[in-house]
Design a binder for this molecule. Structure first.
Ligand SMILES: C[S@@+](CC[C@H](N)C(=O)[O-])C[C@H]1O[C@@H](n2cnc3c(N)ncnc32)[C@H](O)[C@@H]1O
Length: 449
């Protein structure tokens, strides 16, 4: 924006041309150099967009009208707020993701000399999610609805008849819960007024076993659990009660209403039990490919001690155990660690141990007790590793670090710090776990010396 021109204000409506996609998925437009990030804009679009935040260096806006669509836009397949890239042809989605991994590593991490391998495309472009978290709300006629937040709106829930990111069976179960709740005359939790009952519905599916785990999240009121158990056809039914401070389906007190306490799933020839509180990769088919890549990058010969950091229910460590001398996993969520220990037992794996702990505090003690690792696998949340955790990992001097990342913009500085400490970034391979969305998974290999 020229020095004399005024920066846009909140509420202004601008007409903009989108020229690229930023990390995180928003369109990027330029007003004489001044950057505007536009939610809902794809490269080549001419849009009218309403300005939200406006800062000295950039503004954020939301497209309210596509004045001239990009020539390669494809018709939308689903009316779904969880599929913001669906009008970008799938091949373009893959290309953008690969470019963003490269951009993050080269520009943010200032790294080079590594091999960026071709992105692994997803097996399924729709109905690939094994877990969906829905919210309850009130429709225009006062009726109870269950669906997703409208983009950028915390107080508006868009009802969903058929969520095309979930399987048909998972959709049926959402319908059963909604019908039960309407029959019971229950209301949605109203965050503004702090009244009402129903907050979220979390449905998880064992894609290989066909099992379904259902968790209803409410405020502190009561429900008729017997009629809910009769109405919902699933393998494990849970009820979580949260006080008014809870903002997501995490937290609160969870009880099992009926069925099994853990969902059963199979991955890479192993059996896994998954508690409702535990993380599990949301795309089962692609998780298998992700773990196969992690195994390839780890290059195990059978004599290695492997640390599986941020191990969840032990999936990566257990899939490596047959090729390693021993596996030691650490995870902060206690029910997930209990699952990991049980998963080792269920699969007759005797050379894997799992501990509950915070990696930010536990690394030194882990090395003292378990011994120096030959290979470290890390799979942290989107925020990546803190500088201190990277220091602790490199001071343990593993020969190889296999970094499974769900965010290239945090992988890049973490990998740069490892390179600074004497490691070499050898190869990186993106994997598309989340078609129709901007989320990017990748696996990176760093070698010492
Ligand atoms: C991206 S998930 C990966 C889990 C597992 N590797 C998998 O593939 O299913 C990240 C995991 O890190 C755990 N976590 C988050 N912060 C942690 C911390 N400070 N210390 C240990 N584990 C943590 C989360 O609970 C979650 O299970």
């Amino acid at each position: 924006m020229p020095a004399t021109a005024q920066r846009p204000s909140r509420g202004d409506v601008l007409e903009l041309t989108i020229d690229s996609l930023a990390h995180g998925g928003n369109g990027v437009a330029r007003l004489e150099g001044y950057v505007v990030f536009v939610a809902g804009g794809l490269p080549g679009d001419r849009v009218r967009a309403v300005v939200g935040k406006s800062k000295k260096a950039y503004a954020e806006a939301r497209a309210i009208e596509i004045v001239q669509p990009a020539p390669d836009r494809v018709p939308p397949f689903a009316d779904h707020p969880g599929a913001p890239w669906q009008e970008l042809p799938y091949e373009r989605q893959l290309a953008v993701k690969a470019e963003q991994v490269e951009d993050a590593l080269r520009r943010i991490g200032k790294l080079d000399g590594f091999e960026l391998e071709p992105i692994v495309p997803a097996v399924e472009q729709w109905r690939y999610r094994n877990k969906l978290e829905y919210s309850f709300g009130t429709g225009p006629d006062g009726e109870l609805v269950c669906g997703f937040h409208a983009p950028g709106r915390w107080d508006e829930i868009l009802p969903m008849d058929d969520c095309l990111l979930a399987s048909e069976r998972s959709n049926e179960v959402r319908g059963q819960v909604l019908e039960w709740a309407r029959q019971q005359g229950l209301s949605a939790w109203d965050r503004r007024e702090q009244i009402g009952l129903l907050r979220n519905l979390v449905i998880r599916e064992g894609r290989r076993t066909g099992e379904l785990q259902v968790r209803l999240v409410t405020s502190l009121g009561s429900i008729d659990v017997d009629s809910l158990a009769d109405a919902v056809k699933c393998d494990g039914l849970f009820w979580t009660r949260q006080d008014q401070l809870g903002e997501t389906a995490l937290g609160g007190e969870t009880t099992l209403i009926s069925g099994a306490p853990q969902l059963r799933e199979q991955l890479g020839g192993l059996e896994f039990l998954i508690s409702p509180e535990a993380f599990f990769q949301t795309n089962t088919e692609m998780a298998e490919q992700l773990y196969a890549l992690a195994a390839e990058f780890a290059q195990l010969r059978g004599h290695e001690r492997v640390f599986d950091l941020y191990c969840g229910i032990g999936t990566i460590g257990l899939s490596l155990a047959a090729r390693a001398r021993e596996v030691v996993g650490v995870e902060i969520v206690e029910p997930a660690v209990a699952d990991a220990i049980e998963n080792a037992r269920v699969n007759d794996i005797l050379n894997a141990r799992f501990y509950a702990g915070d990696i930010r505090l536990a690394m030194r003690e882990l090395v003292e007790q378990a011994g120096r690792p030959d290979v470290v696998v890390v799979d942290p949340p989107r925020a990546g590793l803190s500088q201190k955790v990277v220091r602790r990992i490199v001071e343990a001097q593993p020969s190889r670090i296999v970094y499974v990342s769900c965010n290239p913009t945090t992988l890049a500085p973490n990998a740069a710090q490892m390179v600074e400490a004497g490691y070499r970034l050898v190869r990186v391979r993106p994997v598309d776990m989340f078609p129709q969305t901007p989320h990017i998974e990748s696996v990176a290999l760093l070698e010492r010396g």
